[in-house]
Structure formats: structure tokens, C-alpha cells
Ligand binder design. Structure first.
Ligand SMILES: Cc1ncc(COP(=O)(O)O)c(C=O)c1O
Length: 408
């Protein structure tokens, strides 16, 4: 179709987020290469050999045969009560709260959850505050609602609280409305940083004082490498200000497409009233519920935590061994990502040259709201979750050659 025809029909918000023009839409940074054996350090994808295929297939068969009627019909806006019950029980422990099934609505991953939150809370020209840098999918989704995204710097302890307070008063003085702060407190994408308890507590206080919500994206929260899980942001909230999003994407598989929102039941009710997708697969939700009822989920997450910890250790030690003069990073305490500061070369040049050498990873500029590749030149994001230990080692050996060729 002619671009001019397409553009004349697309909504303003669709055009604002890049529809109708060449856009990565989550795919571009996987990049192009002619290398015969490329190694992907790109997306946040779980380790393939450890996927619980046999167990989950069994649960699918049971759900299909033993709960046929429920599994093969529309499941309603809130999702399957059995799964909501399991989530309530499990999250009550993590968040140290007495949660009930009414505190949960099931969604098409945390992406579906975010879209539902945005549809319910945002008016055009509202402001959403995000960490700088942040997950590009969220920034796109918010923009799709014709809202403004304001970034606040973060460091290894999380969002910069004094800058946040300053931005909030600037935005309020300009007459605009801040609806929520979106944060990824645990093992952030792209930085891997863990927000400290002090910052989590302060965030909850600010939300209450300033009358705004916090959307806690807990996509990676269960994938901690220390012996215990860090206290979730939700656990510090005394005033129903935190809306938490969770997902099975990283702890089981991205193809399951099941996530959830956890919040005060009045909010959950409102979320259910603005969704028009007829809910998501009752069959998969029943299989997940069976999977949880047999304690298979906790067992699986224990296993994969170790796998990701080993991969993170391998990537960080191999980078030191092979690329030390050119890289600097903070070792993540969980999650899938290493945020690497590079020296002597821009991220644009490095990602392009490295992909020729068969190592693919995104430039850090993609995680800033303006995506300006001439401003955000210093970082790249490497995901260690998907590639094998051997591939990770080989990737750093290839990268050494890339650095030697372009820097020295
Ligand atoms: C921080 C963050 N939030 C949400 C998502 C989307 O996850 P889901 O598959 O649950 O939609 C991702 C995926 O990479 C992510 O990194």
C-alpha cells in the first residue's frame, strides 16, 4: 500500500509510536548479520533447554481432558479463579500481605496488563514518569495513549529521588497531571539494577503525598541470585498506591502469554471494565493452575535462578578476561541483563561491527525516550538469559576481536 494512503488513515497515536514507517516494533535490535553462526545476546528470552515442556504438556492434557468445558469456553474478564487463587496465595507470601483472588486480573503477559492499566488510567496529555533508561515497550505503549513520558535518572540504587521530586513539582506547576510512575524495581530492563529498600519506601511515600499511582513492573523480580528475594515495592505500600504487574514469561516461557495485575480490588474491577479482548486462554490458565498446584513452578524457578546466575557469572568474567580495557559494568543481582558501558567506540559502531562478527545485542540508545543515537552513545545491553554458556564465552572472544579492530 502507498505510504501516503496508509498514513492518512492511521490514528495520530499509531503514527506517534511509529506505525506506517519502518520501526523496530521490538524486532529491529535483533539486527542483521551474514555471519553463519550468530550469537544472540539481544532479547530477554528464557533458557531453552530448561523449558518445562514435559511437565507443562502433561498439565495441558489434564486441563484439556478433565476440565474440557472450562478450558474450551470464554473465560471472562478476570481470568480463571483457580489461577487467581494460586497467585493470591503465592504473592501474599512475597508481598507480606493478605491478598485475595479479587486483587488479581489475568492478562496477555505483562504487556497486556500494562495496556489495560494505561487504557483505564490515562487521558491524552497526561504525564507518566519512567526511569531513565527504561523498557522500550512500555515507553511505546504509553505514547500510544497520546501521553507524555518524562524520564528521571536512575543509578544502581534505583530512581533518583531528589530529581523525581523536582520533576513532579515542575510538571504539577505546569498544570499537567501525573497519573503514575512506572518502575522496574527489581533487576531492571535494561540496566539490571535493583532498587534499594530505602528508595522503594520513599517512592511509596511520594506516591501518597503527591496523589499518584506507582506501576511496579515485577517481570524479573523472582529471578534473584542472592539467597532470598528482595522485598517487593508492593510490600512497602500502605495506601493502595502500587499497582503491580507480574508475568510467567520469564519464569516459564514467553510463549505462555499469561501475566497479571495485582492491585486493590476496586482498581481490578475498573481494569476489568475497560478490557475488550474477551480475556485470555482459559486452557493455558488451567494448565498453569495445575502446574502451580503440584508445586512445579517453585521447583522450576529454583532451577532457572541458578542457570541465570551461572550465565551472568560467565558473561561478566569472560568480558573481563577478553574485553577488560573496553568495558565497565555493575554486576546484576538477578534478572537477564547486563548494562555495559563501552570505551573508545560508540554503541552504534560497536553493535554494527559486532553483528558482522556474529554477536547481536542492542544499542543502549533504544532505551531512552528519544532514542537519540547521537546522544546516548555509551552503553549497550547484553542479555545472558538465552545463549548457552559456551556461546556466551565465544561471544566475548568474538567481541575482543571486534574491539581490537575498531578501537586500537
Ligand atoms: C520490563 C519488562 N516488562 C514487560 C515485558 C513484557 O513481558 P510479557 O511477555 O509478560 O508481556 C518485558 C519483556 O521483555 C520486560 O522486559
Amino acid at each position: 500500500m502507498k505510504e501516503s494512503i496508509l498514513k492518512s488513515k492511521l490514528s495520530k497515536s499509531a503514527i506517534k509510536i511509529g506505525a506506517g514507517s519502518p520501526t523496530d516494533a521490538g524486532l529491529g535490535f535483533r539486527g542483521n548479520t551474514n555471519h553463519p553462526d550468530p550469537i544472540q545476546l539481544s532479547g530477554g528470552i528464557p533458557d531453552e533447554p530448561s523449558l518445562p515442556v514435559t511437565d507443562f504438556t502433561e498439565m495441558l492434557i489434564s486441563a484439556s481432558k478433565q476440565e474440557t468445558e472450562g478450558s474450551y469456553n470464554y473465560g471472562g474478564w478476570f481470568g480463571y479463579d483457580g489461577l487467581r487463587e494460586h497467585l493470591a496465595k503465592r504473592q501474599s507470601v512475597f508481598d507480606n500481605k493478605k491478598l485475595k483472588l479479587n486483587n488479581f486480573i489475568i492478562h496477555n503477559g505483562s504487556s497486556g496488563a500494562l495496556e489495560n492499566i494505561c487504557r483505564t488510567l490515562l487521558d491524552p496529555n497526561d504525564v507518566v514518569i519512567v526511569e531513565k533508561p527504561s523498557y522500550s515497550g512500555t515507553v511505546r505503549a504509553i505514547r500510544g495513549f497520546n501521553c507524555e513520558v518524562v524520564e528521571v535518572d536512575m543509578d544502581t540504587n534505583g530512581i533518583n529521588i531528589s530529581q523525581l521530586e523536582l520533576e513532579i513539582s515542575k510538571i504539577k506547576n505546569s498544570g499537567k497531571t501525573i497519573k503514575f510512575i512506572y518502575t522496574i524495581p527489581d533487576f531492571h530492563n535494561p540496566t539490571g539494577y535493583l532498587t534499594s529498600d530505602e528508595v522503594k519506601i520513599k517512592l511509596c511515600e511520594i506516591a501518597q503525598q503527591e496523589d499518584i499511582f506507582i506501576v511496579e513492573d515485577a517481570t524479573y523480580s523472582e529471578l534473584y541470585f542472592d539467597s532470598t528475594q528482595p522485598a517487593p515495592l508492593y510490600s512497602f505500600d500502605k495506601n493502595d498506591r502500587v499497582i503491580k504487574m507480574g508475568t510467567f514469561s520469564k519464569i516459564i516461557s514467553t510463549g505462555i502469554r499469561v501475566g497479571w495485575i495485582q492491585a486493590h480490588e476496586d482498581l481490578i474491577q475498573a481494569f476489568s471494565q475497560t478490557r475488550f479482548d474477551m480475556g485470555n486462554s482459559p486452557l493455558i490458565q488451567r494448565a498453569l493452575s495445575l502446574y502451580m498446584s503440584k508445586d512445579l513452578l517453585d521447583h522450576h524457578v529454583d532451577i532457572v535462578r541458578n542457570i541465570y546466575k551461572n550465565k551472568m557469572e560467565t558473561l561478566t568474567s569472560s568480558l573481563i578476561e577478553n574485553c577488560e580495557p573496553y568495558v565497565e559494568f555493575y554486576k546484576p543481582r538477578g534478572g537477564f541483563f547486563l548494562w555495559v558501558k563501552i570505551k573508545g567506540v560508540t554503541n552504534k559502531e560497536l553493535t554494527s561491527e559486532a553483528s558482522n562478527d556474529g554477536v547481536m545485542f542492542p544499542s543502549g540508545s533504544l532505551f531512552y525516550a528519544d532514542r537519540d543515537e547521537n546522544t546516548w552513545t555509551s552503553h549497550v545491553r547484553m542479555a545472558y538469559s538465552r545463549s548457552s554458556i559456551d556461546q556466551i564465552k565465544e561471544a566475548t572472544r568474538r567481541l575482543k576481536q571486534t574491539f581490537l579492530r575498531i578501537v586500537d
